[in-house]
Ligand binder design. Structure first.
Ligand code: ATP
Length: 242
């Protein structure tokens, strides 16, 4: 019998917040290699705080946090080496081309790569070759995300964290983005995406978790007998959680 891989992203009963306020109040969430997990929840539920906890920007006051077995509170550099983080608005060097951005960002990450590897990563991320040498100043949100995904591919990180990746994307760019995430899943990357886009999540995620006031209130699966029903989820999400 095939054994389930150990979770790459592992949060157990975590309490965390800002100042003396607890935003996450006993959060448990696990994402395995080759799994896409979508975290949904109303504004202020603690989704971005969950990402900050994994990246070591916010510390757990109680509970357990591990990224590839490493505690971000003990070894933040070790944790960040394993993670590619794509914020809602990808920040790039506007006067540099896509290829130059990637070369520079890889250098900064201590993972300098050959030009051929950089071009291959950009192409794998779905960026048209005609755009590789163009300044990113004129790039759309979808194109910027492709550069960020190319960076994740070139760094060969085991975990990818995404904050609102499909907000502001047109349906075609959104579908292309879902296909890209599917590729990362095939490569065994553990993907955690924070989103308000239930339909987009239902399209690509293996599991969806609903966060309410810093706690996981429900987790649903995308396959097998427990496969989620999008319409029922929408009723639930719009009624109880949003
Ligand atoms: P949204 O969908 O609006 O992005 P979210 O689920 O990502 O919301 P968080 O950004 O994690 O929610 O915020 C959770 C709570 O923590 C909110 O009440 C927010 O005001 C508060 N908060 C977030 N960042 C900080 C900070 N740096 N300092 C103090 N409070 C913060």
């Amino acid at each position: 019998m095939a054994s389930t891989p150990a979770p790459l992203l592992d949060i157990e009963d975590a309490v965390a917040g800002y100042g003396d306020r607890d935003v996450l109040q006993g959060l448990t969430l696990q994402v395995s290699p080759g799994e896409i997990y979508a975290l949904l929840g109303a504004n202020g539920a603690g989704k971005t705080t969950t990402i900050s906890l994994l990246l070591g920007f916010v510390r757990a006051r109680a509970g357990r946090v591990r990224v590839g077995g490493i505690d971000p509170a003990a070894d933040v550099t070790g944790v960040r080496r394993q993670i590619a983080y794509i914020p809602e608005n990808v920040a790039l060097y506007e006067h540099l081309s896509a290829r130059e951005n990637l070369a520079y960002l890889l250098d900064l990450a201590g993972q300098a790569a050959k030009d051929s590897a950089i071009r291959e990563a950009l192409s794998s991320a779905g960026l048209d070759t005609t755009a590789h040498d163009r300044r990113v100043a004129g790039f759309s949100k979808g194109m910027r995300q492709k550069v960020a995904i190319a960076l994740a591919l070139a760094r060969q990180v085991p975990a990818l964290l995404l904050d609102e990746p499909t907000s502001g994307l047109d349906p075609q760019a959104s579908a292309e983005f879902s296909r890209l995430l599917g590729q990362l899943r095939t490569r065994g990357v553990a993907v955690l995406m924070v989103t308000h886009d239930l339909l987009g999540a239902a399209d690509v995620a293996d599991r969806i978790g609903f966060l309410l006031a810093g706690r996981m209130v429900e987790e649903v699966a995308a396959s097998g007998p427990d496969r989620f029903d999008v319409r029922a989820l929408h009723r639930h999400y719009a009624g109880a959680v949003a």
